[in-house]
Design a protein around this ligand. Sequence first.
Ligand code: GAL
Length: 453
Amino acid sequence: MPVKCVPLSLFRTLMNPGFHPFRSGLFCAGLYRRAARRCHTLAQGGRQHPKRQTLYYLPMNINSGLLEELNKLTSGMKMNIKIKSSLLLPFFSLVATLSPLHAADTQPLPQQRTQFVNNELWPDDKGVHINAHGGGVLYHGGAYYWFGEHKVAGDAGNKAQVGVHCYRSTDLYNWTDAGIALPVSADPASDIVQGSIIERPKVIYNAATKKFVMWFHLEMKGRGYSAARAAVAVADQPAGPYTYLRSFRANAGVWPQNVTDTDKIPDKKNLLQRDFEGGQMSRDMTLFVDEDGKAYHITSAEDNRTLHIHELSADYLGYSGRYSRIFPGDSNEAPAICKYKGRYWMITSGCSGWAPNTARSAVADSIWGPWKKLPNPCTGGEAVNGVGYNKTWGGQSTFILPVSGKEGAFIALFDVWRPKDAIDGRYIWLPIQFGPDGVQIPWQDTWDLSSFK
Ligand code: GAL
């Protein structure tokens, strides 16, 4: 059988999503160990060569987003491609051998981290920037699980090309890639088909059913942000795999418990009434489990103008039918919540898409309110990302993470979005300081958990 070597440029053409015959071929990346392993992880499947540890066969169904990432990952490497086959399509078997430019095959894995480094690349156990944007963290069985939007390069990364990524850690600084917990679907009829929008995934554990329940913001492929649905998936293990269940508008045909008679009057400005029958909108969102085991879905509704807090059903897979509107007309997004000393604390942002704006905070003695508005909790860091604290250092809130075993220790998580090259988005994690009248989140380039007393 002839063996031909083809130049890198041709390899890239072959791997191009538009070049169909080869997309059904096998792609195995070898010798460059970390890249090979990373390709394998990204591909969510395939198998290792039985004898050569650095050689992986990747699955046949590689999608265009993944191809883009593989291309990015392998750019800059010296590469020889051997095509072992006759010209009989589709029986081509494509074998790629990646060789390191600087003996990187034996390159040590990233050093153990002992602090948080904000706004920089945050390498996982393989040295790849953590890909879990708009995320949330679950603590279960002695480990933390960080779930987030897996982004790809370029603006294609603003849509779901791969799925929800999960990482695991026991110290919060060092994260092991636990793979794609919920992959996008190749089925055009699926809600979560590749090219849909999957944002702000959050996972909670239901102690009664022993299931891990993921909720996320879903937008249907090709329909912009008009669907404004919540979606639910479920798993038996924290890192998944998650089984997608369904998506919906919230609490169709149910009025919130704090509805007024005026709210019920049909009027084109009355968005609660507009969405009463079909269900309330749900875009930016988070989940919260209270000490009594009741869980809540807090979400931007009514064209992002009003937050809704929905109580979940006992199995966390749907709603109980009880919900409330908070801050009507104040346009809050990116809600994140925690409970400290019996009070509920919330951080939100205003509505300016991927662009940063001023963070907000609020406090309440009951999750149902009344909620008291508090000012921007962010302080210091005058020129981080050229904007500083008054624009959340270029970031937007996504979650408040309680540190296990440390009373009063909560970390505020923010995303610095990079919509032109979504995969390059950064993370800002900062400790929250609670005072009698409010919360403060002072900027720090680096810090560690010893700052919690
Ligand atoms: C932001 C929102 C993100 C994403 C983005 C799209 O306001 O927080 O999750 O939806 O808009 O423009």
